[in-house]
Design a protein around this ligand. Structure first.
Ligand SMILES: [Zn+2]
Length: 669
């Protein structure tokens, strides 16, 4: 304490001496040449030096969309040296390391727009508030993760201005057809994400290269071919690629099912690259996700339709034609190469459910595909996807579309055949709402009620809607997922524009990145466990029922199951043919972010007195994971006294700055 005080005092002494030594130079010079002296030609009145544009010579700001800056800058740094020795610039130089690659170069460029502001015609231009606000929304959590405050000089209200004041976008070079390095210091780990459109071969190349680069956690595989023979390529991420691991849930994203709805396809290409590079850079959230989840990305379910749509956009030379083609609902390429709409081509199991819903004991799960389905035209893409979702125990899925801005959830087919718009909930209405909300809430625009939304619908729905209430159709993929398999699928409409301009792809990524990650993490909500017999052998195909929800899930090969559930009390029953039922009561706390583990041991119903004796009594015991997770929650709370006294680990990066240390980065100071 004492030493610190002395140092402070000494430093201020040095500063005072420095100031005094500057005074003669600054103040005495003009005093020597009065106006009349100047008129007599005795001396020259020093013209107040007007600041002019000068080259940016700052290594960490050399990729800005402009080359000229001006001093003093927006922080009143008088020259380059002042900038380079300031804590703001030091922060920018270490930001990538501190945030483990998250939000850089975006944040660095935002910072540069303040410390090396754009200069044109000897005037400083200010960066746009909207760029700042969007980035803050996307990146705030990265700062929270390391317990760092949002830097004062990135205060969107203070240093940034609105469009009406003639601002510019400091992140311009990250949008559209520009390449950038995510990081200069670790080129072998960083990825050049190109925010452009990708042809089928470019997409295949990128996905394969990504899987190669991350070969420990990734691989690509094909689930079949399109009508015109293109591979339907999937990239997978898992700590054990190619294998289902016991109790590890599987999640999938499907993009571009409608060939002319293209943003989802690109988002999944970017997501693959992002997952790979973030994993390698040590991003803890991404590592946890990949280590605990098996992720499958089918960027394009309809590559033939995409080619047609892209060629049409490309052929319109005139800007206006291209615009018209983008907005035109009739843009070709929605259907596959045989002109089949893939989202109408799945077996219509929803009608079967409606027909039988009054039959006693009828359930709404694992409905077999009726023979009649195969008499119709089944597109190769539909067939490939059906085979795929039947072969992997998927738990959660989203299909990415375009044309509106909303998340819709099953049923997509109306309960009443003549009612085009009718609320038609599944027995899992609560779960689906939770899932849909988890995506929409993380999107900066989707839940915004004031936002103009492609024709005014969904203004009051917080960005989510029951599919059949929006408009009813049969043969959709999401209804099929729900009624034939254990998988819950939602449909994400990514924006009004089905084929947005290339310059909008980067924004599309920024708006959806967090939602895409959060939604995948939802697969860990609810409960999971293993169903075994008394000898410990896994029971495959056992049913897990939840009281009050007429929709069972079944166990996979290893006897493992997953059941996404809302928080609260639930009564869970496990049953299998030849075994007695076992019931357990559970309580899922609302803050639980990890699947509660609920295992079952089923005893054979063939009465064998010897066996009965050996059955452990606790088989029927009520299982309440609440206590377990309460403990888990508590371990997250650290001692508050410890935190206020100790500086965070990243403080050492600024230690050399002495008195100039950025105390504004400390959250409790
Ligand atoms: Zn669509």
């Amino acid at each position: 304490m004492n030493i610190g005080y002395k140092r402070t005092k000494m430093n201020s002494l040095v500063l005072v001496i420095l100031l005094f030594s500057l005074v003669p130079i600054v103040w005495c010079y003009p005093a020597r040449c009065e106006e009349e002296d100047a008129l007599l030609g005795r001396c020259n009145v020093p013209v107040a030096v007007k600041p002019i544009c000068t080259d940016i010579v700052l290594g960490y700001c050399d990729d800005m969309p402009y080359t000229k800056t001006m001093y003093p800058n927006l922080l009143d740094n008088k020259n380059r040296e002042a900038v380079e020795t300031g804590p703001e610039y030091v922060l920018l130089s270490v930001l990538h390391t501190l945030l483990k690659g998250e939000c850089t170069p975006d944040l660095r460029m935002l910072g540069c727009s303040i410390i090396a502001p754009r200069c044109e015609m000897n005037k400083i231009l200010k960066p746009c508030r909207s760029s700042c606000e969007m980035l803050k929304k996307n990146c705030m959590h990265a700062f929270e993760n390391i317990e760092m405050a949002w830097p004062y000089f990135l205060d969107c209200d203070r240093f940034f201005v609105g469009e009406e004041e003639g601002c510019y976008d400091p992140l311009e070079s990250l949008r559209g057809r520009h390449e950038f390095m995510v990081d200069n210091s670790a080129p072998e780990l960083s990825t050049i994400i190109q925010f452009t459109y990708h042809s089928h071969s470019q997409m295949t190349n990128i996905l394969k290269k990504t899987a190669e680069k991350c070969s420990d956690i990734s691989r690509t595989y094909s689930i079949g071919r399109s009508f015109e023979g293109k591979d339907l390529i999937v990239i997978e991420f898992s700590n054990n690629p190619g294998q289902h691991e016991l109790l590890e849930p599987e999640v999938k994203y499907v993009g571009n099912m409608h060939g002319n709805e293209v943003l989802g396809r690109e988002l999944l290409i970017y997501l693959a690259q992002y997952l790979c590079s973030e994993y390698l850079l040590g991003n803890q959230r991404i590592q946890t996700l990949i280590n605990t989840t098996r992720i499958h990305l089918l960027a394009s379910m309809n590559p033939d339709g995409y080619d047609l749509a892209a060629s049409e956009i490309g052929a319109s030379d005139e800007q206006e034609d291209a615009e018209a083609a983008r907005y035109n609902e009739r843009t070709s390429g929605r259907a596959n190469g045989q002109n089949i709409d893939l989202n109408r081509n799945f077996p219509d199991l929803t009608s079967i459910v409606y027909q039988r819903r009054r039959n006693k004991g009828f359930r709404t799960d694992h409905i077999p595909i009726p023979d009649s389905y195969w008499f119709g035209k089944v597109a190769p893409e539909t067939y490939a996807v059906m085979k795929w979702i039947r072969s992997i125990p998927f738990v959660l899925s989203a299909s990415l579309h375009g044309g509106d801005l909303v998340v819709s959830y099953p049923y997509d087919f109306s309960r009443h055949p003549e009612k085009e718009k009718m609320f038609s909930p599944t027995p899992d209405e609560q779960v689906f709402k939770l899932l849909a909300k988890s995506y929409a809430d993380q999107h900066p625009v989707m839940p915004d009620q004031s936002h103009d939304r492609c024709g005014g619908e969904f203004a009051n729905t917080n960005g989510i809607v029951n599919g059949a209430l929006w408009y009813s159709f049969a043969g959709g993929m999401s209804d099929f997922n729900y009624l034939h398999t254990n998988c819950f699928e939602i449909t994400v409409e990514l924006g009004c524009d089905k084929f947005p301009g290339e310059s909008e792809l980067y924004t599309g990524w920024q708006e959806n990145k967090e939602a895409l990650l959060t939604y995948m993490e939802m697969v860990h909500r609810g409960i999971k466990g293993i169903v075994r017999d008394e000898s410990g052998k896994a029971i495959k195909g056992a049913r897990i029922s939840v009281r009050g929800i007429r929709h069972d899930v079944t166990t996979a090969e290893g006897g493992d199951y997953w059941r996404i559930l809302p928080s609260g009390l639930h009564i869970i029953t496990a049953s299998a043919e030849g075994y007695s039922k076992v019931m357990k009561k559970i309580n899922l706390p609302s803050r639980l972010m990890k699947a509660g583990s609920v295992d079952f041991v089923l005893s054979s119903v063939v009465e064998e007195p010897d066996l009965f004796v050996s059955i452990p009594q606790d088989t029927y015991d009520r299982f309440d994971p609440y206590n377990k997770f309460d403990e888990y929650g508590r371990s997250g709370n650290r001692e508050p006294e410890e935190e206020t006294q100790e500086k965070p680990w990243w403080w050492s990066y600024f230690a050399f700055l002495g008195n100039n240390q950025p105390t504004w980065l400390l959250r409790r100071y």
